[in-house]
Write a protein of this length. Sequence first.
Length: 94
Amino acid sequence: MVDARKVKDMVAKKSSQFMGSMTGTGKMPPHKHCRICHEAIPIKADPRVCKNQECIDQHEKDEKNQKAVRIAMFVFFGIFAIPYILVLVTRVLG
């Protein structure tokens, strides 16, 4: 037979341990993780990468790629939006 009180106590104990680690009362100091290698880094690290040169290089490469994609998105949006706006303006004025 299962002892319900024992199960309830075990669940309460596990959940309090889990919540304690989530609220910062655990033994792990507050930290972030490197975006590239996921190594623990200080909270104040900006950009969010470790001091490994490979991670820094990869982060710079990713930033350049994101900037290029962002520019391309605006260009393609403009290609489709400008003719649509011109049609609307000519209908209103004409």
